[in-house]
Design a protein around this ligand. Structure first.
Ligand code: TYC
Length: 134
């Protein structure tokens, strides 16, 4: 007789033992003492599927950075094509700010820093910030 441990109350992984049980049953001769009292371990393996929190990169408008330079930076750092970059630049220009893209915290901060530094290296006040999404 094959016993199964109680299903894990946190995961509800009651069915996970089926493959193991039938494998053991097949590999042992019927009536063999080894086929008795096989207990599935209670520690069910729970796959980690939680997604990391995401951060927005935000482009801020200013009165000095040339439009073409903003487009250049958006293409280089955020891998945008000409049309995407132009639209994002114009949205920031008209509304004061525009969400450029969403990444994990590390990637968002690295890209915002690189893009801001690209402006600073040319003497422009171009600014990218990050903030948690929602
Ligand atoms: N407002 C700038 C100009 O008129 C262009 C610009 C657009 C600068 C967007 C920054 O995020 C920005 N030259």
């Amino acid at each position: 007789m094959i016993k199964r441990a109680a299903p894990d109350s946190q995961t509800g992984c009651a069915g996970a033992g089926n493959a193991l049980s039938s494998m053991l049953a097949r590999s042992l001769p019927i009536g063999n003492a080894m086929s008795k009292n096989i207990v599935k371990p209670r520690t069910a393996v729970r796959p980690k599927t939680k997604r990391p929190p995401l951060y927005k990169v935000i482009l801020l408008n200013d009165d000095y950075t040339p439009r073409e330079f903003v487009v250049l930076v958006l293409k280089a750092v955020f891998r945008m094509n000409e049309d995407e970059a132009y639209r994002v630049m114009m949205t920031a220009h008209r509304r004061g700010a525009c969400v450029v893209a969403v990444y994990t915290k590390d990637v968002a901060e690295t890209k915002a820093t690189r893009a801001t530094e690209a402006g600073r290296n040319k003497g422009y006040p171009l600014m990218f910030t990050t903030e948690p999404e929602e």
